[in-house]
Write a protein that binds this ligand. Structure first.
Ligand code: GCO
Ligand code: CA
Length: 260
């Protein structure tokens, strides 16, 4: 267990008020880490904090927008002064807009890039500068199937998540010498509120995903916990710039006809 032990470690997970972020935070908490969560919505923080506390985790919450570099800088400083060092950063907060490319408003495209790509850079820079001084740190960027593949209606999301994959490799390149490991997790299709609109029974996409995934099911958020703990722990100290896809085998296969 020593290699995966996160006792005396502190993890900041952006978002983490629900869904994949919450499952990853719980995985880190179970491995012994103290948790810090963020959100732009006070009520979401309140509910999530109550949830985590009921489960016995040491946790605190901060309300800010990761795309606002000025406020984010103040908050990261406040966190490190009042709570302690951020040893693990998980850039989890993200949004999606499903609109055909020909109809996508430019303002919407920009907003997705801002939240899903610029936000992670802002947080990585703010926390990374401090990790450089300490000569130690773990940064995990939450990528997507869309870091590798296109899909109808998600042009901005795919552009951002493809960018986040390359940002991961680039930061890994620049900061490996400071003993900071920057890696990514690429979740496949998971049962969360984000996929609820395309997952319900009878939706053609639901059948498509179950058929497209070799394991034959949507992922459960808990399926991400092992990889998260691995990339947050000593076990991954020589792993740099990798994206680990936790996808039930989607990227391994060309897929199969729906009657097979
Ligand atoms: C979509 C999006 C997301 C997925 C995920 C896949 O296809 O609409 O890609 O809904 O949840 O990011 O990895
Ligand atoms: Ca983020």
């Amino acid at each position: 267990m020593y290699l995966f032990d996160l006792k005396n470690k502190r993890a900041l997970i952006t978002g983490a008020t629900h869904g994949l972020g919450m499952a990853m935070a719980e995985g880190l908490g179970d491995a012994g880490a103290e948790l810090i969560i963020t959100s732009t919505t006070p009520s979401k923080i309140e509910n999530a904090l109550a949830h985590y506390k009921a489960k016995g985790y040491k946790v605190s919450g901060f309300i800010f927008d990761v795309t606002d570099e000025k406020v984010a800088a103040e908050k990261v400083a406040e966190i490190e002064e009042t709570i302690g060092t951020i040893d693990i950063l998980i850039n989890n907060a993200g949004i999606i807009k499903r609109v055909p490319a020909e109809n996508m408003e430019i303002a919407d495209f920009r907003q997705v890039i801002d939240v899903d790509l610029v936000g992670p850079f802002i947080m990585a820079q703010l926390v990374g500068r401090r990790m450089i001084e300490r000569k130690e740190g773990k940064i995990i960027n939450i990528c997507s199937m869309m870091s590798e593949l296109g899909r109808n209606t998600v042009s901005a999301y795919a552009a951002a998540k493809g960018g986040l994959k390359m940002l991961t490799r680039n930061l890994a390149t620049e900061w490996a010498k400071h003993n900071i490991q920057v890696n990514g997790i690429g979740p496949g299709y998971f049962a969360t509120s984000q996929t609820a609109p395309i997952r319900h029974d009878g939706h053609p996409f639901n059948d498509f995903i179950i058929n497209r995934t070799p394991t034959g099911r949507w992922g459960n958020p808990e399926d991400l916990q092992g990889t998260t703990v691995f990339l947050a722990s000593k076990a991954s100290d020589f792993v740099n710039g990798q994206i680990i896809y936790v996808d039930g085998g989607i990227l391994a296969t060309i897929g199969k006809p729906s009657n097979e």
